[in-house]
Design a protein around this ligand. Structure first.
Ligand code: KG4
Ligand code: ZN
Length: 376
């Protein structure tokens, strides 16, 4: 068992992390907040023919690849350590702990990662840290690269409260960080997540899967003003979101338009109109939350954050409130990955939050932050 004592030891804490919550088989090695390796085996080609993630296929793919993904994470981390002349070797003798995603996610996919993490923790006699996948997305802007290069403007672990805006294929959440480890869910989607809406509208337009990046690319050549779509929850006083109505409005609009009119410009204009409407729904709630909670900085996480139009609109709202917006330093930390799990685990290790009885650790497919309804 590792003794977790000196501050220097804490900053150099070496974690092997695993995430199998959805359709990426991921493993990473982090040292403190440095990412030494971040291996992602994407299953997107396996799920593409079905137009979405098939849980049983995801489980099989995780089982098939997790072993080699973990090995690659260790090998790559050691190679990077040598390459950047860091004072550590990375192998099972030097790994201090294993972190694994406990939830939220697909139950049968989560199980694969948890089983592997338990086996490895027992075999190598290291402690286990169970991580909320969404806490990983939330803290992903705090990750540093292997050289621990610190940019001019860095997110702070001290400037609290911090607002987390998490937008992915499964979640759309506003989270207040009172301090690292102390979170309050302020609002979330009542139905579809924003990424899910991107994927479903892309499907309606026959654009392929996953739809988010395709819609963004098309939208660059289109006009967001051609189609009027309803902005969901615009007048709702809560900080919750809803995207299923927007999806249905898209469906009806598309049905009403004859096929021969659906040329490339039509697709671009529709993509741009949809993207702008969805973004508006998000920035309306962002303005509201900034006025209500006065956060000192904003952290963005989740796959939809890849969308540059959305980011630009978020930054423009934040600028009016004089608040900085931080995103992870690399795209590989935005979509599902294990390095973000390692970052969240590092802070948990600092708080001494290790799994007490490894045998009892179980997946929690609906794991969430504590919710507290916002007062208006
Ligand atoms: O965080 P993520 O990789 O996985 C989940 O935890 O869900 O997010 C995946 C989602 C998908 O719905 C995908 O379409 C969306 O992120 N996405 C995007 C973009 N890139 C990925 N949505 C809009 N614009 C993008 N550029
Ligand atoms: Zn995710």
């Amino acid at each position: 068992m590792v003794h977790y004592n000196s501050p220097q030891r804490q900053n150099n804490y070496k974690i092997l992390s695993i995430d199998t919550s959805c359709d990426e088989t991921a493993a990473a090695v982090t040292v403190g907040r440095r990412v030494l390796s971040n291996i992602i085996w994407s299953q997107v080609d396996v799920h593409r023919p079905w137009g979405g993630v098939v849980p049983d296929l995801a489980r099989k793919e995780h089982q098939k690849h997790l072993g080699e993904v973990v090995q690659s994470a260790l090998t790559r981390a050691d190679a990077n350590s040598k390459r950047f002349q860091l004072p550590w070797r990375i192998n099972w003798d030097t790994i201090d702990a294993i972190a694994v995603t406990q939830g939220p996610g697909l139950a049968i996919a989560l199980e694969v990662g948890i089983k592997k993490a338990k086996e490895l923790a027992k075999k190598h006699q290291v402690p286990l840290i169970a991580v909320n996948h969404m806490e990983g997305h939330l803290l992903s802007p705090l990750a540093r690269n292997a050289k621990a290069h610190i940019p001019q403007r860095e997110p702070s672990t001290k400037k609290m409260p911090t607002l987390g805006l998490l937008i992915s294929g499964g979640h759309t959440q506003l989270v207040l960080v009172k301090k690292i480890g102390d979170y309050q869910l302020l609002g979330e989607t009542l139905d579809d997540a924003a990424g899910e809406a991107f994927d479903k509208v892309a499907k309606m337009l026959d654009l392929g899967y996953p739809g988010g990046p395709i819609i963004e690319k098309l939208a660059c050549q289109g006009s967001p003003h051609r189609f009027q779509l309803p902005v969901p929850m615009a007048r709702d006083p809560s900080l919750n979101f809803s995207f299923s109505g927007l999806k249905t409005a898209c469906l009806y609009k598309l049905r009403a338009i004859p096929k021969k009119e659906k040329d490339r410009q039509f697709l671009a204009d529709f993509a741009a109109s949809f993207q702008a409407t969805l973004t508006k729904a998000i920035t309306i709630k962002l303005k509201k939350v900034l006025e209500m909670h006065h956060p000192k900085q904003i952290f963005l996480g989740g796959g939809v954050i890849n969308n540059l139009y959305l980011r630009k609109q978020i930054r423009s709202v934040a600028r009016k409130h004089n608040i900085h917006v931080f995103t992870p330093y690399s795209r590989n930390l935005i979509s599902d990955n294990a390095a973000m799990i390692g970052i969240a685990a590092f802070f948990k290790a600092q708080r001494g939050e290790f799994v007490k009885n490894i045998n009892l650790l179980d997946r929690q497919p609906n794991l969430n932050f504590p919710f507290q309804a916002s007062l208006n």
